[in-house]
Ligand binder design. Structure first.
Ligand SMILES: [Fe+2]
Length: 199
């Protein structure tokens, strides 16, 4: 008999990239975010508990030009990776800053009405909470194959790293585990959609 053949379908992509010059970028971002937080201490309340979540217009504020350029460049690279057609262009639909003090977490959620979501880490103290993605197919939780723990999984977690950006399909459920550090975890998140290029 021949070897058994396995093919894997319906893969879920998660992209990551370390951004050049992130040390300098992050110190600028830190002061820009702290300034914004002082200006608008209430922010908005969504999936975050305890933390500060800015308004959704980060990409329209000049002080964030550096990270917006990095997001646009990375989304363009992602488009080349999966072969997005030339007739459309990506746009940042929403973007915002998160400041998450000790014990702050983000519950499991998805981002509706957009293609891609992403996060960029500005300040990542040790133990500040991993990002966790869950298999979007609820059926797979029904019966896990009898294989060693870790050989099949329905969740995957990433350790955040300052200067690193993650992108993922917006429909992919994800959460951020509680920050157990005494220092704030600070990140910038964004949503991407595509529109027809104007000819
Ligand atoms: Fe999210």
């Amino acid at each position: 008999m021949g070897d058994i053949k396995r093919e894997s379908w319906f893969p879920t992509h998660i992209w990551s990239r370390d951004i050049d010059g992130s040390e300098q970028l992050n110190s600028q971002l830190l002061s820009a975010i702290r300034g914004w937080q002082e200006e608008d201490p209430k922010g908005v309340a969504v999936s975050n508990s305890l933390g500060w979540h800015s308004q959704y217009n980060l990409h329209r504020r000049g002080e964030f030009r550096g990270i917006i350029d990095a997001i646009n460049d990375t989304v363009a690279a992602l488009g080349r990776d999966i072969g997005v057609v030339e007739t459309v262009e990506p746009i940042i639909y929403t973007s915002w800053a998160n400041v998450s003090p000790k014990h702050a977490a983000n519950r499991m959620h998805v981002h509706p009405d957009v293609y891609l979501s992403g996060v960029y880490y500005v300040q990542v103290p040790k133990g500040c909470g991993k990002i966790c993605f869950r298999d979007p197919r609820p059926q797979v939780e029904g019966l896990i194959f009898p294989v060693p723990r870790g050989a099949m999984w329905s969740e995957v977690t990433y350790e955040p790293k300052a200067g690193r950006m993650f992108l993922f399909p917006a429909w992919l459920p994800h959460e951020v585990l509680p920050n157990m550090s005494n220092l704030d975890r600070i990140s910038i998140a964004f949503n991407i959609t595509y529109r027809s290029r104007k000819s």
